[in-house]
Design a protein around this ligand. Structure first.
Ligand SMILES: [Zn+2]
Ligand SMILES: [Zn+2]
Length: 292
């Protein structure tokens, strides 16, 4: 069997988004109806069924069982292999969502966590379980980031590569580019591209030529991720103290801005994740979190 890497599998999923099939379009309509229904809760099973068709080439069902776990407390979500009751072989996948961690958070956290784990499940299946053995070290390598970024920009989600909410409250680890052309005034993206990977918008993006023709603007980098834990540990005491101060400023300033300009949805502000999910442009502190 030819070896399929996470990246190969991600590119296949990306390819399926270039032109949506009738089934995918139907799933997208259903997802949008759910996302706009204004309810505080969401049926993850129904949503997962639609995402399976829309983003994962219909490969996840019936193999993946989605369930809420009252005992999962260390991370918001987890994806694990499980035995098929008939064959007794590890050919099924359990995607668990943490009831205690997610039940009181905005539902966008549940949705982003569901998508994060669904990406793991997709790689488990497409790479013949190689992904589950963690060959790339983290489970969140290039392939994961490619697919997460594609889904984020397609549906305006906030899937990240982090495992706990705490990690993300700590820092904004996101690369952001802003277009200076007419699209910067257009919802839902306001000319903003956000990625967990430092990959500038360009020819490798399926939408690139359309953007060249319709907008023609130039993307400039406007935000870099905060340093990783490792980097911070390597910093001197003084540097760390300075960083702490900047972080506090960072939390306070956008709030003032928000008060004077309530309509500015695309400034960076520590607002609720629900807001973030709709603005598509703010860098929220709450994003999907979990473990592979
Ligand atoms: Zn543009
Ligand atoms: Zn993960």
């Amino acid at each position: 069997m030819p070896h399929v890497s996470d990246e190969d599998a991600a590119l296949q999923a990306l390819g399926s988004l270039d032109t949506l099939s009738a089934d995918q379009q139907h799933a997208l309509d259903a997802v949008n109806t759910i996302l706009n229904d204004g309810e505080p809760f969401v049926d993850v099973h129904v949503l997962f069924g639609h995402y399976n068709i829309l983003y994962f080439r219909s490969l996840l069902l019936p193999r993946v069982d989605v369930l809420w776990s009252p005992r999962l407390t260390l991370c918001a979500g987890v994806c694990e292999l499980s035995r098929d009751p008939v064959t007794n072989k590890f050919t099924r996948i359990r995607l668990k969502l943490s009831t205690p961690l997610l039940q009181y958070r905005p539902r966008s956290d549940t949705i982003n966590t569901l998508l994060h784990e669904a990406i793991h499940a997709y790689f488990f299946i497409t790479t013949s379980w190689r992904h589950s053995r963690g060959d790339d070290g983290t489970g969140h390598g290039e392939g994961f980031q490619l697919l997460a970024d594609a889904i984020n920009s397609h549906g305006n989600y906030e899937i990240t590569i982090y495992h706990t909410f705490h990690d993300e409250v700590d820092s904004y680890r996101t690369h952001v580019w802003q277009c200076d052309g007419p699209c910067k005034d257009r919802p839902p993206y306001f000319g903003i591209v956000k990625r967990s990977m430092n990959r500038a918008p360009g020819k490798s993006d399926s939408w690139w030529s359309r953007h060249e023709a319709e907008c023609g603007g130039t993307y400039t980098k406007t935000q870099e991720p905060a340093p990783t834990k490792k980097k911070i540990e390597a910093m001197s005491k003084k540097e760390r103290a300075g960083r702490q101060k900047n972080k506090l400023d960072g939390w306070l300033k956008p709030k003032e801005k928000q008060e004077t300009d309530g309509k500015t949805s695309h400034v960076l502000k520590p607002s609720s994740a629900e807001d973030n999910a709709h603005s598509g442009a703010s860098s929220g502190k709450r994003k999907a979190a979990n473990v592979s």
